[in-house]
Write a protein that binds this ligand. Structure first.
Ligand code: PBE
Length: 266
């Protein structure tokens, strides 16, 4: 058992999220790499994970979750990443915008805007915090856009108007992607496109852009988190590169949990 009894007090459970999420593969790999044989990774959803975290945090109970940044939970709770000396969680990453082939022909303005979409962690966090505080995502997106016209003007610079052409964006219900997809969706709408947002699982998100049934996604975490999906579909998609840099995945615990490294769980 581990020195501080964290295993016994958490029933050797790591609270995970949606089974298809990249961080779940990374967590499974970490359990192998660090020899966490008697631990279990609990599948669920991002929302259920946060609910468990809230409950444990209020009672000062021990809990270990799969966590990632940016996320509003780091401003709502005192949390820390467990050190990952093997870098099983891939270190610092980027979020890429990926569009379907032929979008440049069919919707050149949208293509340009999606290509130019780039913002900072602090921007995304502003939107995420609004949504967490109860603002409807579409309204949070509109407010952010209204307050950051300079930034948005860089994304729309040189883009043709849409004349009502349809654009379908796909995303997974991660807080990061709820924020980013609503913002870029609104920007496309304000530039003459008829935008639909469709919430799906991560596999279908990649597949639908690759087969052309969706136009774009702003939710590919690379190079590590979504590597398998990326490799499966890379010949059938157009990768516009990062729309945000400096994301991070890992195992996360409240500050009051008395361990510092994944190695301490063994
Ligand atoms: N996440 C947030 C995703 C990517 C965005 C880290 C939960 C994943 O693990 O696939």
């Amino acid at each position: 058992g581990n020195p501080s009894g964290v295993g016994a007090q958490t029933e050797y459970e790591i609270i995970g999220i949606e089974p298809g999420a990249g961080i779940m593969t990374q967590a499974r790999n970490a359990m192998k790499d660090y020899g966490l044989d008697n631990w279990q990774l609990v599948e669920g959803s991002s929302a259920a994970m946060v609910a468990e975290l809230k409950k444990a945090y209020d009672q000062k109970e021990l809990i270990i979750i799969t966590g990632w940044s940016p996320h509003w939970m780091f401003s709502s709770f005192d949390l820390k990443y467990l050190d990952d000396p093997n870098e099983t969680f891939g270190g610092s990453e980027e979020i890429h915008t990926i569009v379907r082939k032929g979008l440049d022909q069919d919707a050149p303005g949208a293509n340009t805007i999606l290509d130019q979409f780039f913002w900072e962690t602090i921007d995304m966090e502003e939107v995420m915090v609004q949504i967490e505080e109860g603002t409807d995502p579409a309204q949070a997106a509109e407010e952010w856009i209204a307050a950051h016209q300079d930034k948005v003007a860089q994304w729309t610079n040189g883009a043709q108007e849409g004349n009502g052409n349809p654009i379908k964006l796909v995303y997974v219900a991660w807080d990061t992607e709820i924020a980013s997809t609503h913002v870029i969706g609104k920007v496309l709408e304000q530039n003459g496109y008829n935008v639909t947002l469709s919430q799906v699982e991560v596999g279908p998100m990649f597949a639908s852009v690759a087969n052309g049934s969706a136009d774009a996604m702003v939710a590919a975490w690379l190079p590590s988190t979504h590597l398998e999906y990326y490799n499966t579909y890379k010949d059938d998609i157009v990768d516009f590169g990062p729309n945000l840099q400096g994301t991070k995945n890992g195992l996360v615990v409240p500050e009051y949990v008395d361990i510092d490294s994944i190695e301490d769980l063994k």
